[in-house]
Design a protein around this ligand. Structure first.
Ligand code: IMP
Length: 192
């Protein structure tokens, strides 16, 4: 089976993406590909960061690979934290720190509208190609659920009454930002 390196060591992301690419391609993490070190993410767009991460892998392996970059855009915060979602509460902050900062920033605000947006960059033989996905939802006033990662406990997708952290992976995959982007990637890979 064809192999693609996924530029991540995030177990949750790996699990989600592996489930969607099962039987289509073999997905290798950075660790499994023997790649160590921190990948720079210094672009100011999701597309730029996804390209930067995928290129980092390509330059070291010359193997086909892909990377994703995600941002949470909160309307009441003018689209923040957006491309800075991972470091919203500062360098080396935890998921919990980020959620605390978000809930404080939205305290008392009735406008909870937000969306996750993902860009996946696939590099094949050195050439990049992009796939995008997004999901609309609301920021809850407190945490719900134990699953997922990142902002999942406080994000409730539209038309659902539970947070992402309360959903089984396969349900989150069906509707999530990354799920949508990876679905486009799957479509492309199957057409090859
Ligand atoms: P990344 O660029 O994909 O690493 O995502 C940046 C940040 O967005 C992460 O550190 C998480 O805080 C958040 N994030 C990404 N994907 C998800 C998700 O599926 N659920 C909740 N938060 C996410």
């Amino acid at each position: 089976m064809r192999k693609l390196i996924f530029a991540t060591n995030n177990k949750h992301k790996l699990g989600e993406v592996r489930e969607m690419l099962d039987g289509i391609v073999e997905v290798q993490s950075l660790d499994e590909a023997g790649l160590h070190g921190e990948i720079p993410e210094t672009a100011d767009t999701l597309q730029g960061n996804a390209l930067q991460k995928a290129q980092w892998v390509w330059e070291r392996t010359h193997c086909d690979c892909f990377a994703d970059d995600t941002g949470l855009e909160v309307d009441a915060l003018g689209g923040a934290p957006g491309v800075y979602s991972a470091r919203y509460a500062g360098e080396h902050c935890s998921f919990d720190d980020n959620i605390n900062k978000l809930l404080t920033a939205l305290d008392g605000n009735a406008n909870r509208q937000a969306r996750f947006r993902t860009v996946v960059c696939l590099i094949e033989s050195g050439a990049p190609r992009y796939f995008e996905g997004k999901v609309e939802g609301d920021i809850l006033t407190e945490r719900y659920g134990e699953g997922g990662f990142g902002y999942d406990p406080v994000f409730m997708p539209k038309r659902f009454a539970v947070s992402f952290a309360e959903m089984p992976t396969e349900v989150k995959n069906m509707i999530s930002h990354r799920g949508m982007a990876v679905k486009e990637l799957v479509k492309y890979l199957k057409e090859q």
